[in-house]
Design a protein. Structure first.
Length: 202
């Protein structure tokens, strides 16, 4: 869909009465002008946030921050994983994961990852602590879409060690088992029904 968004000039503007959804009621006297932007709107497969200005500062009321908090709380329907620090971010990118959101306190923390600037947002130290799972936050926190998993049939066709977990709920224990399994050369770790969400940040 394509449409025009016409400009206007406010002759008077009174902002009052904040609503429950965070928006305000206004009284305005305005006149339209014959200037406009042309907008093209397409339906996306999923919700995405991208900004063409690097390091826009956000606070906790921003929808991007709310999205990140929702992922951490486990109440999000989006298939996202969270990693902290450059080392884990680089490992995630090598595995085929795609960056959805990056958070930094200082723009220089992005280092040489300039291709990720459009996904990077500058936030306060307090918000970095809120998003972080450690006492002293890393300089970069990332939320990524994990690579697609192979089918179970394809995994079972391979000859090698497979580790199956049944109704294991502690994410810390699952993380330890996954890391140990990889170090021992296991081909895959299979989480059966009743296990903790595999995208849990621990």
């Amino acid at each position: 869909m394509k449409d025009r968004a016409y400009a206007k000039i406010n002759l008077a503007l009174d902002v009052f009465n904040i609503r429950e959804n965070g928006y305000h009621d206004i009284n305005s006297i305005m006149i339209p002008v014959n200037f406009y932007d042309e907008l093209e709107i397409n339906i996306a497969d999923k919700d995405e946030y991208e900004c063409n200005k690097s390091f826009v500062k956000f606070n906790e009321s921003n929808s991007i921050i709310k999205k990140a908090v929702k992922v951490l709380s486990g109440s999000s329907d989006e298939n996202l994983i969270m990693v902290e620090g450059h080392k884990l971010l680089e490992e995630a990118l090598k595995s085929g994961a795609k960056v959805d959101m990056l958070f930094v306190e200082d723009p220089s923390s992005l280092r040489d990852k300039t291709d990720l600037e459009s996904k990077c947002y500058q936030i306060s130290r307090g918000l970095m602590r809120e998003l972080s799972t450690v006492k002293t936050p890393n300089e970069i926190i990332a939320f990524l879409t994990p690579p697609p998993l192979p089918s179970l049939n394809k995994v079972l066709e391979n000859h090698g060690v497979l580790v199956a977990l049944d109704r294991l709920q502690d994410p810390g224990n699952i993380g330890t088992i996954i890391r140990t399994s990889e170090a021992m050369g296991a081909l895959a770790v299979i989480l059966l029904e009743g296990c903790c969400n595999s995208n849990n940040h621990k």
